[in-house]
Design a protein around this ligand. Structure first.
Ligand code: GZL
Length: 333
């Protein structure tokens, strides 16, 4: 599996420069320092879908930031299907947008369409999720979180939640969408800490709930049917955790007490559940990427994409249940 961090640091700004040099050669009007007046930038954006509260907040952030930046936004919702994202990107190429951005639903299968964007001299910016590619010049930068670190953070929060616990800990894991960077990397980060420091922890069940409430509810019900002794749920997002809470309660158990829950995202309903003690801790994953994306779009459109870092990381915090009520009023999503 790709080591995202080393890959991203290894792919030099030169690859981005190469991409932009190609743009400058074929479309001098778009080259660095272009004085083509204040022609409005057109951005083609392909969104994963509308599967979670995080996604809704992310979509709102992209749309609001585009309007605030005076960028014309062409937006499409792929309903979590890669083929829909590929079609949308091809449509943006045909419409000759200035920049393309997307949150790739899964990490693989993008080289062909990204090569078509490169051939059309349209720079691409990834947001939220990364891709696996053999050609780093196929996108300029990624604006998003470090999901592997988020997995490690979840494990450290679980250490706090389990403080004083003695003996084996049986963990159920609700994975995100199969093949998606956050699912792969949150699981990896959590496992790194578990294997390094906690021989007493064991993941006894792990399955995708596809980042949705319905998925979390359904899979957690199956987990509870198969395992009477689950101590902890690690959920890759709040929506699946909220669905799982319903199944835990239906099984006559108390979420947050009988089964400790650590989740990721920090959406409003996740904080509400945490303020009720149903979720014990949340790793924040910031969806408000819109402003950073629009700043990057303007830099890339000005032909200065090579000045951008290969990965523009978002800032985010961790929360435990005792902090939830105080934090709720100031939450932005
Ligand atoms: C993470 C994002 C994930 C969220 C889920 O950056 O890709 O997708 O954690 C969302 O809630 O569905």
């Amino acid at each position: 599996m790709i080591d995202r961090r080393s890959f991203l640091t290894a792919s030099a700004a030169a690859s981005a420069a190469g991409m932009l040099a190609a743009c400058a050669k074929k479309n001098p009007a778009k080259s660095a320092g272009s004085q083509t007046g204040s022609k409005q930038i057109t951005l083609g954006f392909s969104q994963v879908g509308s599967e979670s509260g995080w996604r809704a907040a992310n979509t709102q952030s992209v749309k609001q930031a585009a309007a605030a930046a005076g960028i014309a936004l062409k937006f499409s919702d792929a309903q979590q299907k890669q083929e829909n994202q590929i079609s949308a990107i091809r449509s943006y190429i045909a419409q000759k947008v200035d920049v393309i951005s997307f949150s790739p639903v899964v990490v693989t299968g993008w080289d062909t369409v990204l090569k078509e964007a490169k051939a059309a001299n349209i720079p691409v910016i990834l947001t939220d999720r990364s891709v696996e590619t053999s050609d780093p010049s196929l996108y300029v930068t990624l604006v998003g979180s470090d999901f592997e670190i988020e997995g490690e953070r979840a494990a450290h929060l679980l250490e706090k939640v389990l403080a004083g616990h003695k003996g084996p800990v049986k963990i159920a894991q609700l994975e995100g969408t199969t093949g998606a960077a956050p699912a792969i990397e949150r699981a990896k980060g959590f496992a790194t800490i578990m294997h390094a420091s906690h021989p007493e922890w064991k993941i006894i069940a792990s399955q995708t709930g596809d980042f949705t409430r319905a998925g979390g509810k359904q899979v957690m019900a199956a987990f509870l049917q198969a395992h009477a002794d689950i101590d902890v749920l690690f959920s890759h997002n709040d929506d699946m955790a909220i669905g799982a809470i319903q199944s835990i309660q239906a099984a006559g158990k108390t979420p947050g007490t009988d089964i400790k829950i650590v989740s990721v995202d920090g959406v409003h309903d996740g904080f509400v559940a945490m303020s009720k003690g149903q979720i014990n801790a949340i790793v924040e994953c910031n969806p408000l990427l819109g402003p950073q994306l629009m700043d990057a779009v303007k830099v890339v459109h000005a032909g200065k994409g090579s000045t951008l870092p290969r990965w523009i990381k978002t800032k985010e915090s961790d929360y435990t249940a005792d902090q939830a009520a105080a934090a709720l009023p100031s939450r932005k999503y």
